[in-house]
Design a protein around this ligand. Sequence first.
Ligand code: ZN
Length: 329
Amino acid sequence: MTWLVPDSLWWDGRLRTGVALRDGRVVPLADVPPGEERLRLPGTVLPGLGDAHVHSALVDVPTLRAGGLAYVWDLGGVPGKVAALAARHPWVRYAGPFLTAPGGYPTDRAWAPAGSCRELRSATDAGDAVGEAHAAGATLIKVTAHAGGPLLPAATLRAVVAAAHAFGLPVVVHAEGPGTVEAAYESGADLLAHTPWTEELDDGLTRDCAGRMTWISTLDIHGWGTPTPARGTAIANLRRFLGYGGKLRYGTDLGNGPLPPAINPRELRALQEAGLTPQDVLAAMTEPGRPELSWLPAGLDLDPATFAESLATARVLGPEVRPRHIVGQ
Ligand SMILES: [Zn+2]
């Protein structure tokens, strides 16, 4: 194994120089034993930057990797197809099918491929569906609560969460419309797939969510660069959620609308608008314990004014990147 010796390393939330990295271990450069191979890299190495909300049926996943995303979470797809994809690309973490009410969202949407939805008919059926997803390799469970169509009864939603938690799997809820964020929270679910955007959330509910939930951002799906009322509502909700200490993951819903198949600087700027510092954004894009690494050849730029564009130039430090700087010692 080769020691990576970048100009700087962003690790454990701070920028360090004069260090070497191997297998997740950081040591002072002087402690690398003589004779062990080291790879010098210009710029900054950092933990893999990822997108926690993509749909691999709607976007070419290897392209995302070329666009600088070191890992992705697939939040709803045909179980066999997503599992096969993840077998080829282990940086894809996936939820399996959309669990939903009979006739519920997104069974009625043209973009939802046949087999991507699993309709739940009872609390017992909910437990079976979670077991099927787990058996198919899912490490997340996705369930929908869309007020514009049939909704799962509270008992069924709770059964999804209980079954998922029994397997150690977090539950991600697509909550859309009045009452759905509260339903997700009351069920014990762990994450929202989107920052709530359909209405300003009640302050007490926002505080409750912040105490226990993680939200996935998806701010740029509103207008794709053109401000919309929904975008403003989402940013206002997110700002209050963060103010109460809520945890956030960067996610864009890639596959849904004209989003760049890459790290999205508009999403990054929207996060900054909601109050995240560049350091907060990096925390929201990285997952402790993941093996992937990202690389900024020009170095990490923490100036808030230029951070987003700069971070969007990140590359995945995978086998396809071979800077010719290997030195023997
Ligand atoms: Zn989605």
